[in-house]
Design a protein around this ligand. Sequence first.
Ligand SMILES: [Zn+2]
Length: 192
Amino acid sequence: MNRNQVLPQVELSNDPKALSRIDFCAPQSYQGAGFLETSVLPRVAEEASSVETGDGFHWELKTHFADSPGSEPRQILELAVKGHIHLVCQSCLQDCGLDLAQESRFVMVATEEEADAFPMEDDQHEPLVASQHFDLLGLIEDEILLSIPLIPKHLESACQPHASSFSDVGEAADASEKPQNPFNILKNMKKN
Ligand SMILES: [Zn+2]
């Protein structure tokens, strides 16, 4: 029997308080979407060079249960974030509005031990430890932070670099612009 057909599907609200305590231990799946202004995302606001009207992120989440050999069916989360932020352009050091997007899949596991033992070669799913008060808002924020380029820059046509040495820094960084595996960054963030 397909577990997803018998479990209730709960619609998530966009309320930041509610999003910061979602019960991922309950036998139910979730779906929801909304728009969060930068002002309710303190760690994102900290990264922003300025916050202008309309700055913020759409989020979309859908979960389902998947059979897992040797254990209870596990809840799979598919989370997408997409939005607009202002950062300091590293070529011209002026404000720079950027569109960002990130899509990730996660698998809910019961314990930290299970998360640590999760096969590293499974780069499709990042394990998360389920709880009755899971901070989904924090996860959305993590995803937005991961989508921020290491070296934010205007599109070439929109950038007006000063005749200073800063443009050299920007140029040299091009080769390494591809960020490292975001899951590793996330892991490190969580250990702190
Ligand atoms: Zn620029």
